[in-house]
Design a protein around this ligand. Sequence first.
Ligand code: 5GP
Ligand code: ZN
Length: 110
Amino acid sequence: MKDCIFCKIVEKEIPTEILLENEFFIAFNDINPKAQIHVLIIPKKHFQDISDIEGNILGELPEFLKELSRKLGVEDSGYRLITNKGKDAGQIIFHLHFHLLAGNDLGDLI
Ligand code: 5GP
Ligand code: ZN
């Protein structure tokens, strides 16, 4: 979608180090990390947020998560996955994304 910064990352118009990519998703480090490991997972297709999804993209997520968590070395230690929708949740980028947070500094919020 025009003027969407994450679409520009998908299209490689904004150079970003891609940690993992498949047919459906790409993963890259958050520019402003909130945990030791803070990776963003985004569908290549533009959806505004979690409630905007059409099709079965979420069914493709577990396989991607497995491979990504293995690559990040957190498959066994674990991670937290968060997605924000709307103003009160603090969504600032309106291209669906999941925050994968990992490390021993996650705290106990949620
Ligand atoms: P939201 O609050 O919308 O769920 O989170 C958006 C996230 O995207 C924030 O954590 C922010 O740091 C990150 N972000 C915003 N712009 C960029 C960018 O251009 N590159 C990267 N790697 N992360 C970004
Ligand atoms: Zn987009």
